[in-house]
Design a protein around this ligand. Sequence first.
Ligand SMILES: [Zn+2]
Length: 69
Amino acid sequence: MTERVESTTTPDEFVRFWAAGEAGKGDFRCAECSYGVTVHKALPVCPMCSGRSWEQTPWSPFRRASRAH
Ligand SMILES: [Zn+2]
C-alpha cells in the first residue's frame, strides 16, 4: 500500500543529476570533473574523482561517425 509518487516535476530542460548506482543508459558526464562515460546499465562511481553525481549529456555532438567506406 505504498502510494505511487510520480515525479512529474522534472521538465525536460532541467538538468537532472543522476546518482551512482542508478539505472541509466546513454552518455553521462561527471558533475564534479566532467569525465564522460557511456552507460549501458547502471551509473558507476566516477573513475577519475570518485564522484557520484552524473549529468546526462544530450546525444553527443561527437557522435561516432564510423563510416565504413
Ligand atoms: Zn569525476
